[in-house]
Design a binder for this molecule. Structure first.
Ligand SMILES: *Cc1c(COP(=O)(O)O)cnc(C)c1O
Length: 339
């Protein structure tokens, strides 16, 4: 299959690739899924996904190896997280084998769109679960659609790892016992305005504090936060309203088992940033993005540097991406080779 994509000009934008997977749930079970070329969904105007936010999603990537094959990174973790989101929003779970089948089929069908090794590009995969069918009352939908589509995306940083600055938001991303820990569109709708306000002030995104006390860092927009201390600790915030990032848990493991750091999930007080020599944001899309400085009210705190990535952040980045692209030996079960 030919395509006219210029791999060096890829950003993070929608590109219609030829094939997507679609399965419907009705009468209490999943119908067999199909690959389809149709990228438009026709759904009831009374779909709960549209009115009451009964929808959740995932994001993962396929990575081209040096030998031409293609890796998925911990797709079982995305499957399990999608099902935690589904449970919380009263939606049917997507069995793990159906999830893996869908993701694998979509990558294989669109293989020509997996960027070549060495370009830094990847195939971004978006699984989506939505409540559909006729339901105007606030009740679970009678039917659901599980779909998976994909598109090639460029490296997050074109000229290498470059720190950017963030600003602490006055808004809350999630309530203490709300939906912060599940990957749902509603959290993102609520983050659009704070994000716009941060961009208008030339910050890459906002930092959200814990909704209960507003004293501790929770998340960085759509990525998790980590800091490195002078004592070689890798620290990330702990809270029931943080979205549990698979990248973050992978870095906690690699920090401890591959780089010899002490890995800690604990409180990160916004007025104690001095303890960190480096800081970063992590997630599937951002991979690891170094944080130059954080604006908190009148105070601007710079970590390692506003222009250079710190040495520990760089090592973590190389280890993680090395594993994802198949150049570094992965911990047991982290890589699913699909091609
Ligand atoms: C998806 C997401 C992340 C990153 O999670 P990964 O599993 O590492 O991709 C972080 N924060 C929020 C709010 C998210 O939705």
């Amino acid at each position: 299959m030919e395509n006219k994509i210029n791999w060096d000009e890829l950003g993070f934008s929608y590109i219609k690739t030829p094939w997507r997977f679609l399965a419907k749930w009705s009468d209490g079970h999943w119908q067999p899924g199909v690959l389809t070329e149709e990228n438009q969904l026709t759904i009831s105007e009374a779909s709960t996904a549209l009115h009451y936010g009964q929808q959740c999603f995932e994001g993962l990537k396929a990575y081209r190896r040096k030998d031409g094959g293609v890796n998925l990174f911990r797709p079982d973790q995305n499957s399990q997280r999608l099902n935690r989101s589904a449970q919380r929003l009263y939606m049917p779970e997507v069995p793990e084998d159906l999830f893996i089948e869908a993701v694998t089929a979509v990558v294989k069908a669109n293989e020509a769109f997996v960027p070549p090794y060495g370009t830094g590009g990847t195939l971004y995969i978006r699984p989506l679960l939505i409540g559909v069918g006729d339901m105007i009352g606030v009740q679970p939908a009678p039917e659901f659609i599980f779909t998976v589509f994909c598109m090639p995306v460029g490296p997050y940083f074109k000229g290498g790892l470059t720190p950017t600055n963030f600003i602490v938001s006055d808004y809350d991303r999630a309530a203490p016992n709300g939906t912060g820990a599940i990957k749902v569109g509603g959290n993102y709708a609520a983050s659009l305005l704070p994000g716009k306000e941060a961009h208008a002030k030339n910050f890459s995104d906002c930092i959200y504090l814990d909704p209960q006390t507003h004293t501790k860092i929770e998340e960085v927009g759509s990525a998790n936060f980590f800091g490195i201390t002078a004592d070689n600790e890798f620290v990330t915030p702990i809270s029931p309203s943080i979205l549990p990032s698979i990248t973050k848990y992978s870095l906690l493991y690699l920090a401890e088992h591959h780089l010899g750091l002490t890995a800690i999930e604990g409180d990160v007080f916004i007025d104690q940033l001095d303890r960190f020599t480096e800081a970063g944001a992590c997630g599937t899309a951002a991979v690891i993005s170094p944080i130059g400085g954080i604006q908190n009210k009148e105070d601007f705190h710079v970590f390692f540097s506003e222009t250079e990535v710190g040495p520990v952040t760089k090592k973590l980045y190389d280890e993680l991406t090395g594993i994802q692209f198949g150049d570094v030996k992965a911990p047991e079960g982290w890589i699913l080779s699909v091609l």
